[in-house]
Design a protein around this ligand. Structure first.
Ligand code: HSE
Length: 305
């Protein structure tokens, strides 16, 4: 009888410009690892990282708690969490843990849940960190590749990205508020102009077509958001400079990664990703901010290892 499973789940970028709360892309930059073990009583979290260990306050813990309740699992569970994804920087850190937890629970209790159900359970974890449920990051971490999320009813569509797509991420070393995603959602407009909606919708549509057709240029030049990015960019010191520099260095599209403050450039094997990363680093340096840069490719989803 299987007593324990270990799952590794990738980080992700959400929104990809015009697809706020709808698009996600798994990235092979950082991974969270979770071991779920049948042991003792209740649900316990163990970690050497500085994360909340109360199950209700931890995105993975919340998922396990909800799944145990739903499937009437009475056995005690220990959750060992190893964080690899930086927390609070728009890289889908809470989602990676939540995705790993849902996939681990499914494997440990041989539930054979489909992708949509796994995403639904993993999404509950976002309540612990973002204060609201949104599925873009968890869908990417569970399924891998590029994902489109339609809610009510939840429907997650995965598209395998083109092989030549490369992402350059700049993660600024700035303090981020405790409930960063909640803060970054509060600055968003409650209503938008119809003409702005049309522009974003057209870019979201061409971006989707770009992934379907494996057309990296179409993907890159569809990374345009005139609704969320303008409302949030003041939260990222130097954003305009980072973006301008990356575009001058050959990036095809540049935007905020998820709720930020990381900035992501879309590039391809026919651009110079190192030059783009360096340009982004110089952009942040112009406002006295250091950053970590990572050049990566899309990742596959959460896997039992
Ligand atoms: N779509 C979400 C947002 C992602 O931008 O608020 C947060 O990680």
């Amino acid at each position: 009888m299987v007593e324990s499973v270990t799952v590794k789940a990738p980080c992700s970028t959400a929104n990809l410009g015009p697809g706020f709360d709808v698009f996600g892309l798994a990235l092979d930059a950082y991974y969270d690892q979770i071991q779920l073990k049948k042991e003792g009583n209740g649900i316990r979290i163990q970690s050497f990282d500085s994360i909340p260990v109360e199950p209700e306050k931890n995105s993975a813990g919340l998922v396990i708690k909800e799944m145990a309740k739903k499937f009437k699992i009475k056995t005690g569970l220990v959750l060992k969490i190893k964080k690899g994804v930086p927390t609070g920087f728009g890289m889908g850190s809470s989602a990676a843990s939540a995705a790993a937890a849902a996939v681990a629970f499914n494997a440990l209790f041989k539930l054979k849940l489909d992708g949509n159900s796994l995403v639904q359970y993993a999404g509950m974890g976002e309540l612990a960190s973002a204060g609201s449920v949104h599925y873009d990051n968890v869908a990417a971490s569970v399924l891998g590749g590029f994902v489109i999320v339609r809610t009510n009813p939840l429907d997650v569509i995965k598209v395998v990205p083109p092989k030549d797509l490369i992402l350059c991420v700049a993660i600024p070393k700035i303090p981020v508020p405790q409930k960063k995603t909640e803060v970054a959602r509060k600055v968003l407009p409650k209503q938008v102009k119809l003409s702005d909606h049309v522009k974003n919708l057209s870019n979201a549509s061409t971006l989707t077509a770009g992934f379907m057709k494996k057309d990296t240029i179409l993907i890159g030049n569809s990374i345009k958001d005139i609704i969320v990015e303008p409302a949030r960019k003041h939260l990222i010191p130097g954003f305009d400079k980072v973006k301008k520099n990356a575009l001058s260095a050959g990036a095809m599209g540049v935007t905020i990664s998820g709720a930020g403050p990381s900035v992501i450039s879309f590039a391809s094997t026919s651009t110079n990703p190192k030059k783009i990363s360096d340009a982004m680093k110089r952009g942040f340096a112009m406002v006295g901010v250091e950053c970590t840069t990572v050049i990566c490719k899309p990742s596959k989803g959460a896997t039992v290892i």
